[in-house]
Design a protein around this ligand. Structure first.
Ligand code: NBP
Length: 477
């Protein structure tokens, strides 16, 4: 019998996704550019389900029932285009091509257009959860036509993670919507991790706790509002010792890498004009960590003895303040990320259900957290929410934590501990709540040097003041 679905690209992600699909009872045809990967996979896991091994894309296409659904799970970028170019002439009208890789959503928009011209459906499918998620249940964000989702939905929903009986899989919107929200999801992941890292740094440098003890603190935090996969993982990592006997975190070089989704998120936010300061600072913090030459130069010139920057804190109080600051900053990071999705949806004409996103991120993905239930509830209460920050639950949490948040940022500054994500989140919060912003001065300056005009507080309209040559206002005599 023909296979229900086909998949090409059997590296870590594709192989695990194919196994997951087969384990759920769907007959699947599998292919990989280098055939050995396919044969090795079937040798090892062929018993897990109904697999058809294919040595070429022609064979793959032949093996799948029509209208076909073929998932591409290869390296994002040129490799994906190469596979699409090869696949398209082999397909028939009405077939569905699914890109499950980490594509940039603008590539997905472009590919969708091209395939539509060939009478094919193109689906951009964001898959979160890494290697483990792909095998045991990822969070899946599908962008594509209703028609394509009708066929694809039952298969992908069956392989997704499940929370409270709900699969962590959604038809987010058309064309690039799935990859767009996957991108922002990854951006939020950057912010989450940076906030955790700053918390660790403060507990170590200011409160003087050792990694194991900090791991215990994180384990405790995981019992409350902060309960999440990343907090749990942090507890595990901090309590883990390297074979050399040292804490594992101490043998890892302090240079964080990135594959680019954080950068994409920030670039898109700049285009959309959405201030996602937490995600941006998290992305820049990784860049800074990699600038080893500049770091070395600065250390030589500016290093101080540890005593010069020692700040005295009450350890228990400080630990609790850091927890409050972490929670408040996390609220800001998510508010900013959801804001970006709302603006992106508006820009591209996508009707994205933000509450549904919070729902499908509760399982399978790296940012899964109890917290997302609160976001889901917030959007259920008010689907057209202006910002998550002001919904009663989060507003109360922020109000309760704001003094601690300020204390932590001030202590970090006094102690010379960099907290770009904590600091920028607090500034974002203060920026939003401020009665008057110094933006008035910026606009006055812009009118002065560039005649960019300004609006007034006391009447409607657009104004320009006649500034004299030296930039001074002309005096009325
Ligand atoms: P990789 O991103 O490492 O890609 C390797 C696969 O791409 C192999 O199957 C390789 O075939 C194939 N490939 C390449 Br490279 N160039 C090709 C070409 N020109 N034509 C045909 N096939 C080509 O695999 P991965 O880590 O499994 O990730 C797959 C996708 O899933 C990526 O887009 C990734 O960004 C995304 N993703 C990854 C994760 C994760 O945690 N790793 C999470 C979520 C999403 P070969 O065997 O013949 O070399």
């Amino acid at each position: 019998a023909p296979a229900t679905i086909g998949l090409t690209g059997l590296a870590t992600m594709g192989r695990n996704l194919a196994r997951n699909i087969a384990r759920h009872g769907h007959a699947i045809a599998v292919h990989n550019r280098t055939t050995e990967r396919m044969t090795a996979m079937l040798e090892e896991f062929g018993e897990e389900g109904d697999f058809t091994g294919c040595e070429s894309l022609e064979e793959l296409v032949q093996a799948v029932e029509r209208p076909r659904a073929i998932i591409i799970m290869v390296k994002a970028g040129e490799a994906t285009d190469a596979v699409i170019d090869e696949l398209v002439p082999l397909l028939d009208e009405g077939d569905i091509v699914v890109d499950g890789g980490n594509a940039h959503f603008t590539d997905t928009l472009r590919r969708q257009q091209t395939l539509e011209e060939h009478g094919l459906h193109f689906v951009g499918m964001g898959v979160s959860g890494g290697e483990e998620g792909a095998l045991n249940g990822p969070s899946i964000m599908v962008g594509g036509s209703d028609h394509a989702y009708e066929q694809l939905g039952p298969v992908v929903e069956s392989i997704a993670a499940v929370v409270d009986g709900t699969p962590c899989c959604a038809h987010v919107g058309p064309d690039g919507a799935g990859h767009f929200v996957k991108m922002v999801h990854n951006g939020i992941e950057y912010a989450d991790m940076q906030l955790i890292a700053e918390s660790y740094d403060l507990l170590r440098s200011v409160a003087g706790l050792e990694p194991h003890a900090i791991g215990d603190v994180f384990a405790q935090w995981n019992e409350g509002d902060l309960e999440s996969f990343l907090i749990e993982l942090t507890a595990d990592v901090l309590r883990f010792d390297d074979a050399s006997g040292q804490p594992f975190v101490d043998v890892v070089r302090d240079e964080a890498e990135q594959k680019g989704t954080g950068r994409w998120t920030v670039q898109s936010a700049l285009d959309l004009g959405v201030p996602i300061t937490g995600i941006a600072e998290a992305t820049f913090a990784r860049s800074l960590s990699g600038h080893t030459d500049q770091r070395e130069a600065a250390r030589k010139v500016f290093s101080t003895s540890p005593d010069e920057q020692r700040v005295e804190v009450d350890r228990d109080t400080f630990v609790d303040q850091v927890r409050a600051a972490l929670y408040a900053s996390k609220v800001v990071a998510y508010a900013q990320g959801f804001d970006q999705i709302a603006k992106g949806a508006e820009e591209h004409g996508w009707d994205i259900d933000l509450g549904e996103l919070a729902t499908i991120w509760r399982g399978g993905c790296i940012i899964r957290a109890q917290f997302l239930d609160r976001i889901r509830e917030a959007y259920a209460d008010e689907p057209d929410l202006t910002t998550l920050l002001t919904t009663p639950y989060f507003a109360d949490a922020v109000k309760e934590g704001v003094d601690a948040w300020r204390e932590v940022v001030a202590t970090a500054a006094a102690g010379g501990v960099p907290v770009p994500a904590f600091g920028s989140s607090l500034s974002y919060f203060d920026g939003l709540r401020r009665e008057r912003l110094p933006a008035a001065l910026i606009q006055a300056l812009r009118d002065n040097f560039g005649a960019h005009t300004y609006r007034r507080v006391d009447r409607d309209g657009t104004f320009h003041t006649q500034w004299a040559a030296e930039g001074r206002p002309e005096q009325e005599m």
